[in-house]
Write a protein that binds this ligand. Sequence first.
Ligand SMILES: [Ca+2]
Ligand SMILES: [Ca+2]
Length: 469
Amino acid sequence: MRRLLAILLIVFEFRGEKFFAQGSYTIQPVEVGLNIPVRFAFAPDSTGRTFYLELQTGNVKVIKGTVAQNGTWLHVDVATQGERGLLGIAFDPDFSNNRYVYVYYTAPFTTPRNRVERYTEVNFRADTSSRLLLYEQSVATPCGVYTNHNSGALVFGTDRKLYISVGENFCSQLAEDLSDPRGKILRIEPNVPSPNNAVTTNPFYDDGDPTTGYDDRIFAFGLRNSFGMTLNSFDSTIYATENGPDCNDEVNRILVGDDYGWRPECQTGPTHCSCAQDSPYKPPLWQITPTIAPTGIVVYHGTFYPELDGKILFVDYNFGSLRAGTLTPAKDSLNVTIISQPGLGSLFDIVEGTDGYIYFSYASGISRLNPLSTGVANGNSPSTFFLRQNYPNPFNNSTVIEYEIPQESYVRIAVYDGIGKLITTLVDQHQPAGVYRIQFDAKSLSSGVYFYTIKAGSFTDTKQLQLIK
Ligand SMILES: [Ca+2]
Ligand SMILES: [Ca+2]
């Protein structure tokens, strides 16, 4: 009964959250039949490759466009118990020249070790002879040996240093212990081998040796398991998800030297959930109880989803939801709503593709969030309603339609064929004043004359477009 009550409580809390009002996103499968792609990343070069990590096989694999490539880019032997495995990937900021790729995984010793290694790509595979060990830490703790809370996120800062999220291996006392790297976000020099590769300006840097005095590699501390971490290129700051026990999951803005408050009294006991996570500790931007187990996180800066521009997007394991958070101007709080419930089970990672689309991974695949409409063309506030002639016109496959609305309006744009039959609805939502540009994809239509109509408030207009195949 107690268990049932707990489940009901979770459902109630979940239903109590607000969904976005302006329509719902559709989901487009990109790759299916994968084996727990726990994280993925787009190669920052012109090859159009997506790298993904198979959590439990230790394989790094590559998709080119939407075609899975044969073989593996890299294989590392991994421990697979609990949350162990292949956990993190990052490309060097100068990847197109130096071909460096970084991975985080649990190596299978008698007592396993979490590691960060760098590999150089040669002929589109990792050259295993190029291996450089950057971080290595046994999972043994003063509390015992546990299989969870390995974190494993890797991110480059705008300072071109490598940031590593390391969980406390289920030993809460380590998170506040400045002589241990666990329960921390570390910052290291990406080209110097382990262990004396701390950045000399780190807040607890003393002698450069992590085993004496402070662990010089610590950038921020007081964390339990910050599974997801991302660099927001607009404010040069790192944002991370944080997993509480049965309560107090968080999103944090990670600043140098800050203490995020995870400690033993928050772990168990009747009052553990009321254990303060705010001042004097660094308060979370957002927190939620009961646990959703937040995983991947990204700050969106593309144009395909104007309603999400600048928002912090994150996904979760327990409910498989995509959430979007809006930062307050002071950047001290996040207003979060669920924007999509794909129904694909647990979600692991969310990434903005080099093409500007939002992608996410689940236990057996990677999918794309389809835009509601495409981007606001510019920041000007138009003075009248206006529907422009599409361009190019005539067109082959795809054309762009631009329109202007001088005030917030309910906008509907639809395409009809020559006899007035509805072909598709391109926009159907409330939109703020602005200049908008949407793409009309006509790959599945045959050549001919079509019409597109806008209805915005009391304004209507129709124009003709010509498809030539
Ligand atoms: Ca030291
Ligand atoms: Ca906290």
